[in-house]
Design a protein around this ligand. Structure first.
Ligand code: SF4
Ligand code: SF4
Length: 169
């Protein structure tokens, strides 16, 4: 008799366990799938798809060096001193060109380098630039393998080619 009762309760426990296992699995999967189906997709298939950045997004700095008057205001405003500028007097008798906004270019810009590894994208340099030649582009794809390669010489041919692409974009 007692063996019969014992068998009965084990049988009952077996089905209770089975029911519990199915119930908790279904409940868990319901929570999982409610996220899969209900959630708003926020990721994109980069690089095939690129997000359009907000108009005032601050990405890699762009110096339209032909309009730079070597005033160094940007370098003085920079809180991390990552803008390196050198200039010299225009050669005797050289034609004094003007920027597109009409400012005379009295100095010859010989170096304009920004160490983007140090830059904190604060935008102060662009704010003070009197000719508005220094701006933030929307280019965020400029990862490099070394820290040194993050120093961009804006008079170098490769950076000038990049500038030309940015202007056309
Ligand atoms: S964005 Fe800020 S940190 Fe970067 S170069 Fe300009 S002033 Fe310096
Ligand atoms: S503030 Fe503008 S014009 Fe003056 S040196 Fe910097 S980039 Fe050139």
């Amino acid at each position: 008799m007692s063996t019969h009762l014992h068998q009965h309760s084990s049988f009952k426990q077996y089905f209770l366990n089975l029911f519990h296992a199915i119930y908790t699995t279904v409940k868990g999967m319901y929570i999982t799938f409610s996220y899969v189906w209900g959630v708003k997709v926020v990721s994109i298939e980069y690089p095939e798809v690129r997000e359009v950045l907000p108009a005032r997004a601050r990405m890699r700095l762009f110096n339209d060096a032909e309009n730079c008057i070597s005033c160094t205001q940007c370098a003085m405003a920079c809180p991390v001193d990552c803008i390196y500028i050198a200039s010299e007097k225009m050669p005797e008798g050289a034609e004094i060109k003007k920027t597109t906004s009409g400012s005379p270019i009295r100095l010859l810009l010989t170096q304009f380098t920004i160490d983007t590894a140090l830059c904190c994208y604060c935008g102060l340099c662009t704010t003070v630039c009197p000719t508005e030649c220094l701006t933030h582009s929307h280019d965020y794809e400029f990862a490099q393998y070394t820290i040194d390669a993050m120093k961009y010489d804006y008079l170098a041919p490769d950076v000038r080619a990049w500038r030309d692409r940015i202007v056309k974009a």
